[in-house]
Design a binder for this molecule. Structure first.
Ligand code: CP3
Length: 357
């Protein structure tokens, strides 16, 4: 952390970086930028290093995790690194038989149906995810002043994979369990909240500078159902980290109607997708939170003048709050030209540069 000398926060280091300062709504030299899925298939060096290693296996090799995490930092000069891992890594560590299938996503061998299935998701300790602890420590040493973001999947999004058995467009089985067996639903989400919290705590203790809670599929719910079935559990995760001393980011897709409720869950920063302009989002979330977003990842496939105009529009709308972290509204698409990502970083930095205080 930022050790105090004469009561003054230490200057330099990741805690004083443009990214962490924006998360804290402190302003700073420029608007920071990073990209969800910045490490991954858009990068040839990623495809090369992953050639003969499965996704879950690669998440369990600290040197490989460190290398993959650093690739986009070297290439694009982004303002933050995000740990290379997956939301189902702690679920596998908790004893659930699952795999990450290329082109599909997480697939669970025996989907959760009963109280006994919920009981089998056991609590994790640091030893169950020692490879994550090691990877974070390696990265913090390598990254210097660049902050590292840790992350976990939120209870609803994890529950969807566990109940459906894999990716789903409608989340129909998940909703059937939620409406039909609310006690079982809450028991499952309570366990997943503890799991996410424990997984994030390992990353915080190892030195990450911020954490992001991914509730990617929460936008499938109405606000009323979100409040009833999801908000208490995401609140448990985020409030469990209130004493961690690092900013907490809370992200979902298609959440325009949920932004106010998601803000109430307690994060310092709320992620916004491209459907909601950032100034509108700030009004819904409240000006006491920072926002992160919100370029449509598909815009990166358009001609550069279109990309440039969209980046400038988003930076202008982001001025409605002192805390804007530039990002995409969802992850980088695999077919994205990495040189466009590099240009976006340079443009965000150039357009948002503020004179020194
Ligand atoms: O750079 C980063 O953002 C960090 C790495 C990261 C991965 N997964 C690596 C990964 C992060 C933050 C995640 C989170 C994650 N995983 C989420 C939440 C974020 C989101 O996208 O909404 C979700 C829903 C998952 C579940 C999951 N894992 C999906 C949907 C997929 C994609 C399936 C596919 O192949 O298209 C995965 C696999 C996965 N996780 C890949 C990567 C780089 C692709 C697998 C590969 O490269 O072989």
């Amino acid at each position: 952390g930022a050790a105090a000398r004469d009561g003054e926060p230490r200057r330099g280091g990741p805690a004083d970086s443009p990214f962490v300062r924006a998360c804290r709504r402190e302003g700073g030299p420029r608007t920071p930028v990073w990209f969800m899925r910045q490490a991954g298939r858009s990068l040839p060096e990623y495809r090369e290093i992953r050639k003969n290693v499965g996704m879950l296996e690669s998440c369990r090799r600290p040197e490989l995790v460190a290398e993959i995490t650093l690739q986009p930092v070297r290439r694009h000069q982004v303002d933050a690194a995000i740990l290379f891992s997956d939301i189902v890594v702690p679920v596998a560590a908790a004893g659930v038989d699952l795999d990450i299938v290329p082109g599909t996503g997480p697939v669970v061998a025996e989907p959760v149906r009963t109280a006994a299935d919920v009981e089998r998701i056991r609590p994790i300790t640091r030893d169950d995810v020692s490879y994550v602890d090691s990877a974070v420590r390696l990265l913090v040493a390598e990254l210097g002043d660049t902050p590292l973001i840790g992350f976990a999947g939120a209870p609803f999004t994890l529950a969807s994979y566990l109940v459906e058995g894999g990716p789903s467009r409608t989340h129909a089985k998940t909703k059937a369990l939620m409406y039909g067996e609310p006690e079982l639903w809450h028991a499952l989400c309570d366990r997943l909240a503890d799991l996410a919290c424990a997984f994030l705590r390992v990353q915080v203790d190892a030195g990450v500078s911020a954490v992001q809670l991914f509730d990617s599929w929460a936008g499938a719910l109405s606000e009323a159902d979100y409040r009833r079935y999801v908000l208490p559990h995401s609140t448990k995760v985020l409030s469990g980290l209130a004493d961690a001393g690092v900013p907490r980011i809370h992200f979902g897709v298609g959440t325009a109607e949920l932004l106010g409720a998601m803000g109430e869950a307690g994060a310092d920063v709320v992620g916004v997708d491209w459907r909601t302009p950032l100034d509108v989002a700030t009004r819904r979330i409240g000006a006491d939170r920072a926002v992160q977003g919100n370029l449509d990842p598909a815009v990166l496939l358009a001609p550069w003048p279109v990309v440039e105009a969209e980046v400038r529009r988003i930076l202008a709308e982001g001025r409605a709050t002192p805390g804007h972290v530039f990002n995409l509204g969802h992850g980088v698409l695999p077919e994205t030209d990495p040189d466009v990502l590099t240009r976006v970083v340079a443009l965000v930095h150039e357009v948002s540069a503020r004179p020194a205080e």
